[in-house]
Design a protein around this ligand. Sequence first.
Ligand SMILES: [Zn+2]
Length: 398
Amino acid sequence: MTADLLIRNARPFGGPLEDLYIRDGRFVAAGRARTAVEIDAAGHVALPGLVEAHTHLDKTLIGMDWFENRVGPTRNDRILADRNAKRELGIDARRQSARQIMQTLSYGVLSIRSHVDVDTEIGIANIEGVLETREAMRDLVDVQIVAFPQSGMLPRAGTLELMDAALSAGADIVGGIDPASIERDPVRHLDAIFALADRHAKPIDIHLHEPGDLGAFCLDLIIERTRALSLQGRVMVSHAYCLGMLDASRQVGLIERLAAERIAVMTVGSPSAPALPLRLMRASGLTVASGSDGIQGTWEPYGNGDMLERAKYLAQRNGMANDVDLEYAAQVCTFGGAEGIGLGGYGLSEGCFGDLVLVPARTLAEAVALTPHKRTVIRRGRVVVDGGELTGGLPAIE
Ligand SMILES: [Zn+2]
């Protein structure tokens, strides 16, 4: 059992100074704490664990040789290069997922939803690799695994059966991919993945890059199926670029219908698509989460997986500069992500898991704008990162 922990002089989510107590891995009221190890937070902001709601742990090249990117500009170019790289570079999903988790742990990312490739060349090997990492690191981070048909599902015979096998093997979520531009048959693709979700009693997370009207049509199909199968609160749409491409009245209608079915939207704030209407999404009560997507991979060489930097990036991408907007960006990368991926026991209040990140800043807006890296990270009442450095006693990667 971990010793009780008392964190003095912290500002929970940027609020007034408070002392926080963690006993047996959960926050407790002051009166219930025993004599404890003490940390002086020095008036710094305390965030709940940062939430990475969308990444690809099995495909990062962190720690490997530099990948000379000569990949063409289209999504199909990238999918083909990605599949070739898995074959030619020998990307070990177990090792690479562990490397990314350890890197992002140092920033305070304590919950991760990762899409993991399933295809007819690798079968479910990447799922098995990330499952192994998840087990080895379960004391440090929560990992959700999405069975993801990156190379397409309907056009590649055998993939649907592999998705089924991945879910039986331990994947938590059914992934989907552009129902029209990649799958060429939106109704059949969505019927297939919703049927999988229904059969395995698992949530859904769909990569939807389809633009404008085509994307709006796909969102309508997703809304219909979510309602029909009573999957409210269990469906996430990743990217949803179309929301940034429609005229204002159609944006409002679509966002309200998504919110009514409690369908969450994940946005990375992509620089290659119109910005999503974040203020409208916030006002409509839509659950908005964010993620890094692939970091340091064949798709893009960028990214470090720091979800506080992602909050800053989202704010910049949306022309946000005032404190209230920066606070919303922090909310998207913490509570929004937690709600979007369905985390239980999340937050800084009594009864929640004793996870937090101390950021050397006095307000939430300052934390987002300056993204200081010398953070202290506490997981279930144990200090795992001190001043930005991983503490000893953590599992070895290789
Ligand atoms: Zn992705």
